[in-house]
Design a binder for this molecule. Sequence first.
Ligand code: NI
Length: 198
Amino acid sequence: MTAQTSRLILIVAAFVAGLLLCLSVILLVAQHGSLPLPQASAVGGPFKLVDQDGRSVTEQDVKGKPFLVFFGFTHCPDVCPTALFDISEVFRKLGPDADRAAALFITVDPERDTPEAMKSYLSSFDPPLRGLTGDAAAVDGVVKAYRAYAKKVPNPDGSYTMDHTALVYLMDKEGRFIAPFNLKRRPEDSAADLRRYF
Ligand code: NI
């Protein structure tokens, strides 16, 4: 190999390395850009709500367990029931370990979703699901703390529906946000994912 050839190889190698670096920076930026939540540490926090049995529930009740948080409402036509069904399948796959994790279904429609309404709605799903409601201020506070979105949308017939974040939040034992929880896979795979945070 002549000195010229090796210099040429060096230049090409440097160019390729630079290109790869550039590409990975672009990919990183692109990935970040598509993240639905700006800052993981800023998601979640203390709350004080009431479950479907009328018991007071705070973040302390799920401390020590990884938990899922899902916002929705009992009048939801499809997104909520599907997600809740998927979540209860995941807990079914956890079997005897189901109580080592928790799932919180937090209403964005406290006006209609009283503890009684939540109880009757959740009776068609598996017991690990805790349905949480509260007064408008308490619910608003949790929605904000999770950087979620909920908006009342009037129907022509005078009733209303709710637009809301359909993200399932995976939180760690300390109540810190880990990542959006993927339910679009086999429930046993979701269960295995959840187990990693026990
Ligand atoms: Ni919904």
